[in-house]
Design a protein. Structure first.
Lengths: 455, 334
């Protein structure tokens, strides 16, 4: 249930209109044979047009579930160069919807060959044996990615469960014009951020430094990573769950204070009301992520050139640590009959310069591939006022905290929405919902037979 | 049963009537030969077979599979990340005991009961009122009103919910500016308690029309002689409505009541659609949302299956007794 790049992309997909709608239709109509039963190469090519069959005796057809906008354009480049391995994009609503569907499809035995998978749910999928180990095909890519991202797709083992696609370090976005109008300084520490919130609330009640969104557990998780929280860690065969550790409690109390004092709103993000607030100056800052440029044009169309990105405020002045919110990888499903071809495509998609350039310009993501320099020469259109946008993004990516995800992040995230939803509404304690998430996760893991030590 | 007895009748003259197997009996004999004599009572079975097969395929097998799933659980060994780290094992009734002590489920259950107690009387009351008004003599714009009241039922619930959701959210709703013209401010429609009313309102809006049509149709079937007699006896329109019309359409009232109750206890679309719009409506807000959440977000189909079995059993037993009791009281003598 991460709402990371997710909902934003859901809307982006909706708005992209005719071309994407046509793509969805195409994906659905032609998916019948290939997606419901991932076929052997022979069966697939029987259904393929005669011409391409003639070109390559053994054509492989792969299905790919993703929500990244314009992925079809990137894939078209691959399909043109590889007539023997044809990839078919099937557009999904977003990260959370895709996970739900993937779990169900994999359980039913008919998942796609490839899927866009957010880092935090990789352990869930691995734990269910739904992902293929592609280390023998793509293991050599290790040096192409930052250690943090690589660790998330290997889960610290010798296996490789996915190829990293985007890095997602968090960042702070703010309205330059309105910060000036209300006389606020751009915060570099959380103490300054709180002071700004108080000043803003005194001057303009009803205007906020953003909203604490109970539907975005991924955002809160990222903020706790910055403070040094380790929600999950594993040693030997024991999991340690530290969702209500001291660092997380510090972050929770901090936001509880902001919400209670009225400098930060308590409404969920990604709603029509939130969009309107982002667009018309009700929300003048947004704790978000480097993937936000893909979001802004639809969320706040009238804000072009008025928003800027800066480093996430720090807990200690002069520090430079940020958390991660989302970020995803390309995984090969264990049920795929063409794992080698799928792994080959996954490697190309995330390391080939042609592909990464297209991912940045069309998909609006920040590639995890450290060599993807060429892709990052021009700032996103929405942030044309900030030419060094990608340089900053690169800096933040290097500052991102290391994170280990547990095997039931989905449980934690749903419980988060329930518990923090009512706490945000009542502006009550944020510590008790944190404890509720902790115990929900520990109970779920114990019930499944994991050996768990509370952190 | 009717078929069987109907078919054995013509067989009697041919088979046991004592008539010699003459030529005239042949058509009968041939007809019986196909189904009757040699095959015994196979014919009725052949006729019900498609229905039985479908019933088994689409109802009994899924129900059986759900019950089977509800008795299983996953068992993880080690960190659960290696190959074969997770197995499906027999769980006995542990899923049921978890479900019955699951506080999220129990509070959603309480919530849906309150929701039904609000929604069903209001919706049926309005439906009955509209039906009686439309049935009264000399109503203007009768056809138009009937259609207008029915129309919301034709709007898909998800769309209706989005419409209402946008009306409820102050920043995108037209109400705050309208209300401020009268010096009023818009209340928060998504506080913990009011949210239940806000969701129930969508149900009333969408469901009144359908129930109104059912009641109205029942009213039209009441013989008009009764009204004439009542008027001759000096009954007013209100008295006719209360003393004649309502008792006469009691079966329709019971029917709509039971159906509404069943539908209300299964409420899912409205809160699920509103859930992203507000913190108040959690992913476990209503029992079926809890089931959905367990099955698809928490990837725990076993506990979800146990919950489903419990909900289905409660609904089944509840509807059975409701119908039995109302049969005795309402359909007495029919």
């Amino acid at each position: 249930m991460s709402h990371t790049p997710t909902r934003r992309r859901r809307r982006a997909v909706a708005i992209a209109g005719a071309s994407l709608a046509a793509l969805v239709a195409a994906g659905c109509s032609s998916s019948g044979s290939s997606s419901s039963t991932p076929p052997a190469a022979g069966t697939a090519s029987a259904a393929a047009p005669a011409a391409s069959q003639a070109a390559s005796g053994q054509q492989v057809k792969l299905t790919f579930w993703t929500w990244v906008p314009n992925m079809d354009k990137v894939v078209a480049v691959w399909n043109k160069a590889h007539p023997d391995i044809q990839v078919q994009v099937q557009v999904q609503a977003g990260g959370d919807a895709l996970l739900t569907k993937l779990l169900t499809a994999a359980k039913a035995g008919n998942p796609p060959d490839l899927a866009q998978v957010e880092y935090q749910v990789l352990p869930t999928l691995v734990s269910n044996n739904y992902l293929a180990d592609i280390s023998k095909y793509d293991g050599n890519l290790k040096s192409d990615f930052p250690a943090g991202n690589w660790n998330q797709v290997t889960l610290g083992s010798n296996a490789l469960y996915a190829v990293p696609q985007d890095a997602a370090p968090m960042a702070l976005f703010y309205r330059t014009d309105l910060f000036k109008k209300y006389g606020l300084t751009v915060p570099t520490t959380w103490a300054q951020f709180a002071a700004d919130a108080a000043k803003l609330h005194a001057e303009a009640p009803g205007v906020y430094l953003g909203s604490f969104s109970a539907v975005d557990p991924g955002e809160f998780a990222g903020l706790t990573q910055q403070a040094g929280a380790q929600w999950w860690s594993a040693s030997g065969s024991t999991w340690t769950v530290g969702i209500n550790d001291a660092a997380s409690q510090k972050v929770a109390s901090y936001w509880q204070g902001l919400v209670a004092d009225g400098g930060v709103d308590n409404q969920p993000q990604w709603t029509a009301a939130w969009n309107k607030g982002m667009n018309d100056g009700k929300y003048i800052a947004w704790v978000s992520d480097v993937w936000a440029p893909g979001d802004f044009p639809t969320t706040a169309p009238s804000g072009t050139g008025k928003w800027e990105m800066t480093e996430l405020p720090q807990w200690t002045a002069g520090g430079n640590v940020v958390g991660n919110w989302g970020g995803s990888s390309t995984a090969v499903m264990a049920a795929s009959k063409n794992q080698q071809a799928a792994a080959q495509f996954a490697a190309w998609l995330n390391t080939d310069p042609t592909a990464t350039v297209a991912l940045v310009s069309d998909g609006g993501i920040y590639p995890a591939d450290t060599a993807a320099e060429a892709a990052l020469s021009t700032a996103p259109t929405y942030f044309a006022n900030q030419p060094n946008f990608w340089t900053l993004a690169k800096q933040f990516a290097a500052e991102a905290a290391n994170v280990t995800w547990g095997p039931d992040v989905n449980v934690a995230y749903t419980e988060f929405q329930t518990a923090f939803g009512s706490a945000a509404t009542s502006k009550g304690s944020f510590i008790s919902p944190l404890t509720a998430v902790q115990s929900a996760v520990v109970n779920d893991m114990k019930k499944s037979g994991f050996t768990v030590a509370a952190g | 049963m009717k078929h069987t007895s109907g078919r054995t009748a013509p067989r009697l003259p041919g088979g046991t009537g004592g008539r010699p197997p003459g030529r005239k009996a042949r058509p009968h004999a041939r007809y019986d030969g196909g189904f009757g004599h040699r095959a015994g009572g196979l014919a009725p079975y052949a006729f019900v077979a498609p229905a039985v097969v479908l019933y088994v395929l689409v109802l009994l097998i899924p129900v059986g599979y759900t019950i089977y799933l509800s008795l299983e659980k996953t068992k993880v060994s080690g960190l659960g990340l290696g190959l074969g780290g997770r197995k499906q094992v027999f769980a006995g009734l542990s899923n049921y005991s978890t479900a019955l002590t699951d506080s999220a489920f129990l509070s959603s259950l309480l919530r849906v009961v309150i929701y039904s107690l609000i929604l069903v009387p209001v919706m049926l009351g309005l439906a009955l009122l509209f039906a009686l008004l439309l049935d009264a003599r000399r109503v203007r714009l009768q056809r138009f009103s009937r259609l207008a009241i029915f129309l919301p039922y034709a709007v898909p619930t998800v769309i209706a919910t989005l419409l209402w959701g946008f009306l409820y959210l102050p920043t995108v709703s037209p109400f705050p500016s309208i209300l401020s013209a009268f010096g009023l401010s818009m209340p928060n429609l998504f506080t913990t308690h009011v949210a239940l009313l806000s969701v129930a309102n969508i149900g009333v809006w969408g469901g009144t029309g359908f129930n109104m049509i059912v009641m109205y149709t029942a009213l039209r079937a009441v013989p008009s002689e009764l009204y004439e007699a009542a008027r001759i006896d000096g009954a007013s329109q209100t008295e006719i409505a209360l003393r004649i019309k309502i008792p006469m359409i009691a079966p329709a009232l019971v029917l709509t009541g039971v159906f509404s109750l069943i539908a209300t206890l299964q409420v899912f679309n409205e809160p699920q659609t509103l859930s992203p719009l507000t913190n108040t409506i959690s992913p476990d807000w209503m029992p079926l949302m809890r089931v959905y959440n367990l099955a698809f977000n928490d990837n725990n189909s076993y506990e979800a299956a146990a919950l489903s079995v419990i909900i289905a059993a409660v609904m089944f037993v509840g509807s059975y007794f409701l119908l039995r009791v109302s049969n005795k009281r309402v359909f007495q003598g029919r």
